[in-house]
Design a protein around this ligand. Structure first.
Ligand SMILES: [Zn+2]
Ligand SMILES: [Zn+2]
Length: 242
């Protein structure tokens, strides 16, 4: 129910809020569109085959369900994480400008990539009780001026008719993750998140939202906290995947 109706409603609503020019090259675009046809073609779409758990694409022809090298020999606490685009080229540039260049208006095309991921068969038709954005540490949020995941979660909550609530908080200011390998990232994040006071997720089916999935460690650690607090399922969706 969620994803089928969502893209149309979403684009109709957003077109009222945003002028009809391409966010990358400023060419004219139709109502409710953010990228012109040329730029749209340059956004790298994830196509099958990809990992059933973390959506890591695999070059080649595999037809059966498989787990990738990113997921092997580790416990990922989310049910699965979906993404429709790779964080490369134009997508990476737009994400970067949004997050580090503080260009908040880019939340619209990025949320539309996120909406596309919700069309994934692993998510489509599933019922969710709650949308939860991955939290930033308050110090980092102050420095950036916003939490990119929260902006995206709010944009999809209305049309999805599922409430978005920041029930998690980040309690450790971790150093940048890029210098770490997979095992170190998991270790680095342990204890970084907790459920906020007076929040209750018992019995809820949660959709966890972030801008990008890199190794899945952040989504996994958030999912672990939510499950331990009683959530019955935690699926992840991101606008792009490394
Ligand atoms: Zn363009
Ligand atoms: Zn995987």
């Amino acid at each position: 129910m969620l994803a089928r109706a969502l893209p149309e409603i979403f684009s109709a609503a957003a077109s009222l809020l945003y002028p009809a020019t391409c966010v990358v090259c400023s060419a004219n675009v139709g109502n409710g569109e953010y990228l012109c046809a040329d730029c749209g073609r340059r956004a790298p779409r994830i196509v099958p085959p990809f990992c059933a758990k973390c959506s890591e694409p695999f070059p080649g022809a595999i037809t059966q369900t498989f787990r990738c090298a990113n997921c092997e020999n580790r416990t990922l606490h989310f049910d699965c994480a979906v993404a429709a685009y790779r964080s490369r080229g134009l997508v990476r540039k737009v994400l970067h400008q949004f997050k580090y260049g503080k260009q908040r208006h880019l939340r619209y095309p990025i949320a539309s990539w996120l909406v596309e991921s919700l069309g994934d068969p692993r998510i489509r038709g599933r019922h969710f009780d709650l949308i939860v954005p991955v939290p930033l540490h308050p110090a980092r949020e102050r420095e950036r001026g916003f939490n990119q995941a929260a902006l995206l979660a709010e944009l999809i909550a209305g049309p999805a008719a599922v409430p978005s609530r920041p029930v998690l908080e980040r309690i450790r200011y971790t150093t940048t993750q890029t210098a770490y390998d997979r095992a170190e990232r998991m270790e680095n994040l342990h204890g970084a998140f907790r459920l906020r006071k007076n929040r209750d997720v018992r019995g809820l089916r949660v959709l966890l939202i972030d801008d990008v999935l890199t190794t899945g460690s952040t989504l996994s650690e958030c999912a672990r906290v939510l499950r331990r607090a009683g959530a019955v399922s935690v699926h992840g969706a991101t606008a792009a995947r490394a």
